[in-house]
Design a protein around this ligand. Structure first.
Ligand code: NAP
Length: 338
């Protein structure tokens, strides 16, 4: 099958790779649409991601597909089901590693519940809990957003946000916009520190104020806005300088979440006497957010087309264009169709 492979850093090519293999509790999937994660995918291609992956590897961790064959112990998927967060597994000795590996013609999903009910250990079934069947009428392209929304909602929920609290979001990409949508849906007031060309997008999402991250005195600009203080700050970029500039606005005993991973291994918070709880961006239970996100989508409380654009949907052969469009901020999230 064809797949998008990073052969050397900076170089992604669509080449032939072996067909996936799937076990008794797994299903084979025809992959239909895969979202580009502007930060993670571009970091992986350029070799600047904080986790190392050995070359050559198959990219793609936001895949939606349709089940075409099921293993003999699968109970909760059937042929024709539209499924989320497709993974991959190539035969032993294929020579390819995977970063989920969804930029490919085919992939696999696992029946976590059947594995769990059969008494398999948690470390075996848990990685497949993100594989879920989607409602029949869902369109695969906008459904790629489910992954970002589940991840951000699961992370935000860990921080125990409450109606009436105030949140400051650092960032103006897809993850920042997701936190904005979740905050609005949960009844929090929020302000955003980001790139001014995204101000109207965030105002439409309900931001009380928007401050440029290039402002020389961000905390003063926020103090003059609707966000004189904050119960929660989420850094959806991974820039400690911006977080440290805003930290004085956090209430005592507040919460700080660093979801953006841009400088994960070198991130330094200067508390300056501030007492707060820290939430690390690598911890959240994505699967736990699934039902909530589906219900928000059904109600129209999450709109995929504020993130995606019909102009930025690319065939697999044009994956480099899809990566470039998100890297150059031409669109919040581009999508590759297979
Ligand atoms: N924890 C997780 O599981 C997880 C999952 C997905 C993504 N991420 C991480 O989340 C981060 C953001 O990804 P994304 O796709 O949402 O965004 P993105 O496409 O990388 O865009 C970042 C946005 O934030 C703006 N920005 C840059 N520096 C800023 C700063 N210091 N303060 C405020 N805004 C700033 C950018 O403006 P300019 O155009 O001026 O640069 C741009 O609008 C990445 O590090 C990614 O790896 C983490």
């Amino acid at each position: 099958m064809k797949a998008a492979v990073v052969q050397s850093f900076g170089n992604v090519r669509v080449i032939d790779v072996p067909e996936p293999v799937f076990g008794d509790y797994e299903a084979l999937v025809d992959i239909i649409a895969v979202g580009v994660c502007s930060g993670t995918d571009n970091h992986l291609v350029s070799g600047t991601h904080f986790k190392s992956v050995s070359l050559p590897f198959i990219l793609g961790h936001e895949g939606i597909g349709r089940v075409v064959k099921v293993g003999k112990k699968v109970k909760h998927f059937k042929t024709g089901d539209l499924v989320t967060r497709v993974l991959n597994r190539l035969p032993k000795g294929s020579g390819f590693s995977l970063y989920h590996g969804a930029f490919a013609e085919r992939g696999i999903v696992g029946d976590a519940l059947a594995m769990k009910n059969a008494g398999l250990p948690e470390h075996v079934w848990k990685p497949f809990a993100i594989n879920k069947v989607l409602p029949k009428n869902f369109d695969p392209i906008p459904s790629t957003m489910i992954i970002t929304w589940r991840e951000t909602f699961a992370f935000f929920s860990r921080m125990n946000p409450s109606r009436g609290e105030t949140l400051i979001i650092i960032g103006s990409g897809g993850t920042a916009l997701s936190f904005a949508d979740h905050a609005r849906n949960l009844g929090l007031a929020f302000c955003v520190v980001g790139s001014t060309d995204k101000a109207s997008l965030f105002k439409k999402a309900g931001a009380a104020s928007f401050v440029s991250y290039k402002n020389k005195n961000i905390s003063e600009a926020l103090r003059r806005s609707e966000c004189r203080g904050a119960d929660i700050i989420i850094d959806a970029v991974g820039n400690d300088e911006t977080l440290n500039a805003i930290l004085p606005l956090l209430s005592d005993g507040g919460r700080v979440g660093v979801y953006g991973l841009n400088s994960y291994n070198n991130y330094r918070i200067a508390p300056n006497g501030k007492d707060f709880t820290y939430f690390d961006g690598t911890h959240y239970d994505e699967a736990s957010a699934h039902e909530k996100i589906i219900s928000y989508m059904k109600k129209g409380a999450l709109d995929p087309w504020r993130y995606l654009s019909k102009k930025h949907i690319y065939p697999l052969e044009k994956i480099e264009d899809a990566l470039r469009a998100s890297r150059e901020r031409k669109v919040i999230k581009s999508v590759v169709v297979i």
